[in-house]
Structure formats: structure tokens, C-alpha cells
Design a protein around this ligand. Sequence first.
Ligand code: ATP
Ligand code: MG
Length: 247
Amino acid sequence: MVAKIQIRNLRKVYDTPERRVHALENVNLDIQDGEFLCLVGLSGCGKTTLLNMLAGFVEITAGDILMDGKTLTEDYDKGVVFQEYALFPWRTARRNVEYGLEIRNVAPEERKRIALEHLRLVRLEEFADFYPHNLSGGMRQRVAVARALAFDPQVLLMDEPFGALDAQTREELQELTVDVWQKTKKTVVYVTHNLSEAVYLGNRIVVFIPRPGRIREVITVNIPRPRDPLSSAFIEIQREIDRLIRT
Ligand SMILES: Nc1ncnc2c1ncn2[C@@H]1O[C@H](COP(=O)(O)OP(=O)(O)OP(=O)(O)O)[C@@H](O)[C@H]1O
Ligand SMILES: [Mg+2]
């Protein structure tokens, strides 16, 4: 079966007046339908750049990205959750989730039903009528996840979505993310600095190294879920990735 996303000899060069940056070089990767793929690596190794190219937000310098065998275009349906991707402060949680459905001209009653269904998925049903400033940071990111999923995108792209949260909330949301992924069967590409998070979430983990940003190795995580971060298998993989990142 052909992979959902095929990345072939991908290269990204940013030209700025001051300098030229080789953000990514010779990236080759197949992402399977329904896979949970994590991207890790030191700061500046091109993780966000790759995610933005997968979203169609950033232009490719050379190489190809194919989605279902066809050249990727910006207008395909993807859900995006970035750390700084703020909610609309003037809309309630439910109306934030409805946003993507409004753009797609879904009728009001249907919109409402779908939004509430997705707020239930992220366990925020009771907060549907709250405005973002009356929600905690973790709740806001859950609304962002619900919003990204509400229009049933083919792919979910997440860039350190829980990076700004405290450790406990973050763990809660990791659990929730696995639960949502298992229920929705989306293809997820998830960027994180946190290796424990990557091992907890990913089917596979792509380890990048910088200057130029490129793939060092792809690790398959065969630990059954739910995964115990204190188990020896978990710690061993985490240690291995840590070693790969640093050498
Ligand atoms: N818009 C841009 N213009 C010029 N250079 C850029 C731009 N965006 C990123 N870069 C450069 O490309 C390289 C990769 O950046 P990118 O943001 O993809 O890294 P990252 O792996 O996401 O890092 P971090 O872990 O810090 O988020 C860096 O050297 C960065 O300076
Ligand atoms: Mg980044």
C-alpha cells in the first residue's frame, strides 16, 4: 500500500539578506495512514520547517511531498495545533471549535452538534460556553485540539502543542491525545523537544540533527499502550534517542 505522505529528497533553504540557511537537506520519509509520528531533535534542526511544509504553509526549495500519491497543495484539509496558535478570544469554546465548519458553510445546527461532540472528545463539554480567558492553559489547548479535529481533517499537525504547560497538565494531555488518536484514527505528525513525550506518543520517532537539518534515524516504538514511562523498555528507547540526538 502506498504511504499517506511521501517525502522525497526534500530540501529547504531560507535566503535572508544576512545569510542563507540550509534548514533541511535530503529528507526522505514515508508516513503511513493512521500513524502517530513524532519528530525530535535539537533546536534549529528543521522540525517546524518540515511541519510547515507538510501543511503547505512554506514553499519547498527542492524535492517533493506527495499526499495520497499526488503533489501536496496548500488547500488540503489538515488540522493544525501549534503552541502559539491562539484561540479567538471573542468566541466561546464551542464557537472556536465551530470556526472551521463555518468556513466550510456547514449549517448552524449541524455545526453546533459537531462542535459539542468534539468538546466531549477532549472532555470539555461543560465548558462549551466559556470564553478562552476563563479557561486554563491546558483547557485552551484542548479546545485547540477539538477545533483542529472538528472538520475531520486527513492529517493532524502538532508543533509542541503542550510545550508551555506544567508537567502534570502535559501528562494529562498526552494521555488524552493518545485517546483521541485511537478514536479518530488520524494520521498525526507531532513535534516535541520532550523525549519522554515522544516515546509515550509515537509509533515511530524521527530523530533530526542540525546544520543542515537532516534525519539521523527513525526509531520504531513497539511498546504496548498505555505505556509506562518508568518501564525499562521505555527508558531504554528514551536513552537511545537522547544518544542519537547528541552525536
Ligand atoms: N522564516 C525563516 N527565515 C529564515 N530562516 C528561518 C526561517 N524559519 C526558520 N529558519 C531557520 O531554519 C532553521 C530551522 O528552523 P526551525 O524553526 O524549522 O527549527 P526547529 O527544529 O523547529 O527548532 P526549535 O526546536 O527551536 O523550534 C533555523 O536555523 C532557523 O533559523
Ligand atoms: Mg520549532
